[in-house]
Write a protein that binds this ligand. Structure first.
Ligand SMILES: [Zn+2]
Length: 295
């Protein structure tokens, strides 16, 4: 009896020491970027992130006359970088392959064939998973991408897999929406691409890259050339409305608006990463689904 009690005490001690050891291991500071990690820290990064990797997707395209081509990439990578400093996860390197068929008339647009873009996304997420990640969060900053990303995510049920992909889109609480409304100077309904909001975000994140004095060199107004009822959608709608691939008035940009929008996105993303790290149900249900599907 005495021996059993002693053994139990020793066991409890061992469990305690292991727990302390692993929690101190997990609290070690390691880079949050895939490309900055060393291979010998990889397993620690997997555990610390609870097997979660973020894939920030941007695009390369003109942003009006004075905002950088890579604005979307800059913003999505910065959100991921800041949020994963609050809640650890690994951030995949620069990824700028998406849907941008509507702006190929402009310099700087990098538009791969649509089939290739979808295959690249499939292969990239599969490679992320092959490296040990079980949960992949796609975050996006380009207005032309969400339909493609949602279609891609829905297609994840096509073939059995042991990882799960999520798509993050920030929410804007009423309080923040009010702050945004009070700070912006241009009409939000026309501020759609390279205008006040996007210019403000870059002004806040990378002020050295922006040339606001060029904002008026071309028109960011809606040219309203299509005369179709709202019940009809057609691909040329964007070019018909904004042939300069500029929608809004970047000259009204302010660091303050950029800070409000960025901080809200980062906080919303931080919460989403926490939720994904804690989520064990989605992947279990996905597993159950694949077991029932005859493949
Ligand atoms: Zn953009």
């Amino acid at each position: 009896m005495k021996e059993i009690i002693q053994k139990t005490i020793v066991k409890a001690h061992l469990v305690f020491i292991t727990l302390i050891f692993s929690s101190s291991l997990l609290s070690q500071n390691i880079p949050n970027k895939w490309d900055e990690l060393v291979a010998s820290d990889w397993e620690l990064a997997l555990k610390k992130s609870n097997y979660t990797c973020i894939l920030p997707i941007g695009i390369l395209e003109k942003h009006g006359p004075g905002i950088p081509i890579g604005s979307d990439l800059i913003r999505s990578r910065e959100w991921a970088n800041r949020a994963t400093k609050n809640e650890y996860a690994v951030v995949f390197p620069d990824y700028f392959y998406g849907q941008i068929n509507e702006a190929k008339q402009e310099y700087g647009t990098f538009s791969l064939p649509s089939k290739l873009a979808m295959e690249l996304l499939e292969a990239t997420t599969a490679e992320i998973a092959r490296n040990g990640f079980k949960k992949i969060i796609i975050i996006n900053s380009h207005g032309g991408n969400p339909q493609m990303i949602r279609y891609f995510i829905q297609n994840q049920l096509e073939k059995k897999k042991d990882y799960i992909i999520y798509f993050f889109e920030p929410d804007i609480p009423l309080k923040i929406a009010d702050q945004i409304k009070a700070t912006r100077k241009s009409d939000p309904s026309t501020d759609q691409h390279g205008g006040e909001r996007e210019a403000s975000e870059i002004l806040y994140l990378r002020p050295e890259l922006i040339k606001l004095n060029r904002s008026n060199e071309e028109s960011g107004d809606n040219q309203a050339r299509l005369k179709l009822p709202k019940t009809l959608y057609t691909a040329i709608w964007w070019y018909a409305s904004y042939p300069n691939h500029y929608a809004g008035q970047a000259e009204f940009a302010s660091k303050k608006l950029g800070r409000i929008v960025t901080e809200n996105t980062v906080s919303s993303l931080t919460n989403a990463i926490k939720a994904v790290k804690e989520d064990s149900i989605s992947i279990e249900i996905q597993k159950e689904y694949f077991e029932k599907v005859k493949q």
